[in-house]
Write a protein that binds this ligand. Structure first.
Ligand SMILES: Cc1ncc(COP(=O)(O)O)c(C=O)c1O
Length: 424
């Protein structure tokens, strides 16, 4: 551990690769980054993207940068319910592909939308019990489009500090006054709310439902009470909650019994649903407004019909709670129990996202490489997704993993955990 701490100052270069330095050409920053990467020095997330997936299943094949292919136990996919390869879902996608081809060729408000897309929006609205829903071609685009359409310079947006980057990007784009409270800190939230000037009446609280890097949930019951007290609207991004948490898999708001108190139910079609895209379920008027003012919807080509066709089958399964949520939870609980027994710090996850805290980037990068080579694929998370000193492995469970695969993965993670002093 000590040795690696010392290496930290040598091997990692926290250089600013974003700002153009005085006298530099606009593109010089790319050369600076290339120089650092090719010298073998780690810079953070820039060291990622080294492997490709040959398939994404509980036992997956990956291709390393040197071209070698090997098997790994997959703990790095957000396709928690394995719906991207579900036969019924693939059949839905196939039928839409045959009918409409592989791309839509136009934005939704022009020629890009089909009955299949419309059906998907209806199914999402029904799932949340709202009047309507709008589907965006990407989850990232959904957040930036929704926030920047609804909020402007006269408004204030109050964010949990751990909200997803796309929410913060939407806030910046909106030009609104941006406030941030410490992660899940309700006293901090109330402190901000109590200081908002009375004349600033356009107020939106935004929180992830399940937080993507910690796997914990926003205390929505308390957030709803504060929103009511201070006359705020609420948007939740439940990217990692949909299909996973709540008594029938309707997400974090269902878990807290506040489904009808959320103004904007935002979610991603790319995680539990296993496809692509993002959505907002809300009132008829808000959805109508977003169709005309959310620029990432208005100016971006619609989701391929094949994806929408697959997602219609996904929502049939989710509606009846037949997507395998219980099996996913058995695996998730099993993984967490095994990691805790080994002595790892896994934070406070209430979802299928399980962090394993590492707290040192050199150890993190080395573990990432060694885990892959020994047959376990996990994601690593550091700046800018979290603070460098809170860097971690991020494990995601899947419904189709077996206990045997989880046992094997935990053994390998533990061997390395001991090697690096994370556990005894
Ligand atoms: C909480 C959250 N919101 C939004 C997104 C963006 O979704 P997508 O990857 O579908 O664009 C992600 C995914 O990274 C996420 O974790």
């Amino acid at each position: 551990m000590q040795e690696l701490k010392e290496k930290e100052s040598v091997n990692i270069k926290f250089e600013n690769f974003i700002d153009t330095k005085e006298g530099e050409d606009l593109f010089d920053k790319a050369t600076r980054l290339d120089d650092v990467l090719s010298s073998g020095v780690l810079t953070g997330n820039e060291a990622l993207g080294m492997v490709t997936m040959n398939k994404v299943q509980p036992e997956s094949e990956i291709r390393e940068k040197d071209g070698s292919i090997h098997e790994v136990i997959m703990l790095g996919s957000n396709s928690y319910l394995n719906l991207s390869t579900h036969p019924q879902v693939m059949q839905g996608a196939r039928e839409a592909l045959e009918k409409f081809g592989y791309g839509m060729g136009a934005v939704s408000n022009y020629a890009g939308i089909t009955d299949i897309h419309k059906e998907l929006e209806k199914r999402i609205a029904k799932f949340y019990g709202t009047e309507d829903a709008i589907v965006f071609p990407s989850g990232y685009g959904a957040n930036i489009g929704i926030v920047s359409a609804l909020c402007g310079k006269n408004d204030v947006i109050i964010n949990d500090a751990a909200n997803h980057a796309s929410i913060f990007d939407g806030c910046v784009l909106s030009g609104a006054d941006i406030k941030v409270f410490p992660h899940r800190d309700m006293k901090g939230l109330e402190r901000i709310l109590s200081r908002i000037p009375a004349e600033q009446t356009g107020r939106l609280i935004i929180t992830d439902g399940v937080f993507s890097m910690d796997g914990d949930m926003a205390p929505l019951d308390e957030i709803v009470a504060l929103a009511q007290k201070y006359n705020c609207r609420i948007m939740i991004d439940d990217a990692h909650g949909v299909g996973v948490v709540g008594p029938t898999g309707r997400g974090t708001a269902e878990h807290y019994g506040v489904m009808d108190k959320i103004d904007l139910h935002v979610g991603m079609l790319s995680k539990g649903p296993g496809g692509l895209g993002g959505y907002c379920a809300s009132s008829r008027k808000i959805v109508q407004y977003l169709r005309l003012y959310a620029r990432s919807y208005f100016f971006s080509t619609a989701l391929p019909a094949s994806v929408a066709g697959g997602l219609n089958e996904v929502f049939k399964l989710l509606e009846e709670d037949k997507a395998g949520r219980n099996q996913l939870w058995d695996n998730t609980n099993y993984l967490k129990q095994k990691l805790v027994e080994k002595g790892f710090d896994i934070g406070h996850s209430s979802s299928a996202v399980v962090p394993v805290m590492v707290y040192s980037e050199p150890i993190l990068f080395e573990m990432y490489d060694k885990l892959r080579k020994r047959g376990v694929y996990v994601n690593i998370v550091t700046y800018p997704a979290v603070r460098r000193k809170e860097c971690r492995l991020r494990l995601c469970t899947m419904k189709d993993l077996t206990f045997d695969q989880i046992d094997r993965a935990v053994e390998i993670i533990s061997e390395l955990g001991r090697e690096y002093g994370l556990i005894k």
